[in-house]
Design a protein around this ligand. Structure first.
Ligand SMILES: *[C@@H]1O[C@H](CO)[C@@H](O)[C@H](O)[C@H]1NC(C)=O
Ligand SMILES: *[C@@H]1O[C@H](CO)[C@@H](O)[C@H](O)[C@H]1NC(C)=O
Length: 418
């Protein structure tokens, strides 16, 4: 992915290879007397400009303005952006897809083409022959120390690729928009980083080039210095900070986000949750529901694009997108016969519930653990589900008088362990 070369026909050629534009349009030498960006007033360019504003508001620094300045000199990039945005709009009208194309216009290649990608991906034979998957080398591309991120806006989904870290399979291709590392990359390449800042950033954030008095934060962190939970997009907040107060029993988080109206929105609704354990302990999560409403479709396979939950459990990897799941993925959702605990490696577990279309429903049990309590799952943490299809026909009297029904229909009968 990351080939960022500023003013060179190399960029044009490599982009051409990626986006299938004809070379003759791109090769002419770049000169200083091309028209200003602002002078280009066709509709497509208006869309590009509007999307740049979106990107600025979503974290690209004020130097994006300088990028646009660069683009005045590089109408060529602008044209590519225009072509790309046109394509993205025609294809989807999703912010992630549009941002992807704009990142190409900035010279950023596909993430699955990174020089280190073989550590993270297994490719099909068909991929090997496809120039969308050509691997870059360390001499023609720069990753600037950014972590490999399956959730990068520049990462494709399914397409024959298998994530070596299997839980990231549906993170690939989700297209949630520019991730922390994507933006670090561009701000680094274009030398936008603050030279002096009036703020000290917590939790791995860095001074925001757009002013240098606030910070850009890793996913899940927010506030002007990244010291608090990202409030997400919902007002009043849907997301919350929760304390895990027990180890011998579970608490339950039940939440949902989005509307079952089938509309694909340009942007995501997002809610972040922090679940915190006492000092020195870890958080354990057991999912019971992580999907759409009954009968409502979801996308899984290319990536959890439409709606889902992101899970971040590894403190050392908060720089990258967590694992994404949707559609009551059996890799995530516990059943009475298959309990799947997820445990953080620090005192903090971070969840993001997001939706671009339709409602996502989440139900997760949580407690704190340490190495001695990790593997004994208390009864109240185990999935409690009605096991008979006719449970909802039983009244409380029937529940009270029939032990079999009370234990087979614990939700209906209200006998789930507290
Ligand atoms: C361009 O924009 C104008 C004004 O918004 C609009 O009337 C026209 O239909 C647009 N043309 C195309 C090709 O989208
Ligand atoms: C996380 O990103 C920040 C900002 O780019 C960087 O300074 C830090 O080294 C990164 N951490 C890891 C573990 O990659």
């Amino acid at each position: 992915m990351f080939r960022l070369v500023l003013i060179s026909s190399l960029l044009a050629i490599s982009l051409a290879a990626t986006v299938n534009l004809r070379l003759p349009n791109l090769v002419p030498a770049v000169t200083n007397d091309l028209p200003d960006f602002s002078d280009i007033t066709d509709n497509i360019t208006d869309i590009v400009k509007a999307r740049f504003d979106d990107l600025v508001s979503k974290g690209l620094g004020r130097h994006v303005q300088e990028l646009i300045g660069i683009q005045k000199k590089l109408k060529i990039i602008n044209k590519i952006a225009a072509e790309q945005v046109k394509k993205a709009n025609a294809n989807s009208g999703r912010f992630g897809a549009i941002a992807h194309e704009i990142f190409h216009a900035f010279g950023v290649f596909h993430h699955h083409s990174r020089s280190d990608r073989d550590t993270y991906l297994t490719l099909s034979a068909a991929n090997q022959d496809d120039n969308q998957f050509t691997k870059l080398t360390t001499s023609d591309s720069y990753n600037y120390g950014t972590m490999y991120d399956y959730g990068s806006v520049m990462h494709y989904g399914l397409d024959g690729m298998t994530a070596v870290e299997t839980l990231y399979q549906s993170t690939m291709g989700a297209g949630l928009g520019p991730q922390f590392g994507d933006i670090v990359l561009i701000n680094t390449q274009y030398q936008c980083m603050c030279k002096s800042a009036t703020v000290t950033c917590a939790n791995g954030g860095y001074p925001n080039p757009n002013g240098c008095s606030t910070c850009l934060c890793r996913g899940g962190f927010g506030g002007s210095d990244c010291s608090v939970r990202d409030p997400g997009t919902e007002n009043p907040d849907v997301g919350v900070t929760l304390q895990a107060i027990a180890s011998d029993s579970c608490q339950t988080l039940v939440t949902s986000l989005g509307n079952d109206d089938g509309v694909i929105n340009l942007y995501y609704q997002k809610s972040w949750f922090w679940i915190q354990a006492p000092a020195g302990k870890q958080v354990q999560l057991i999912f019971q529901k992580a999907g759409t409403s009954p009968g409502v479709s979801y996308s899984q396979g290319y990536g959890c694009t439409d709606q889902g939950v992101e899970i971040k459990l590894k403190n050392g990897e908060f720089n990258r997108t967590g694992t994404l799941f949707c559609g009551d993925d059996p890799a995530l959702v516990s059943t009475p016969s298959n309990i799947i605990p997820f445990t953080s490696d620090s005192e903090l577990a971070i969840l993001q519930v997001y939706s671009q279309t339709n409602k996502f429903n989440l139900q997760v049990k949580y407690r704190y653990v340490d190495s001695t309590t990790l593997s004994t799952i208390p009864g109240s943490c185990q999935p409690c589900l009605d096991q008979y299809s006719n449970c909802n026909t039983f009244t409380s009297d029937v529940c009270a008088n029939n032990q079999n029904i009370a234990s087979g229909c614990p939700v209906t009968c209200g006998t789930c362990p507290k």
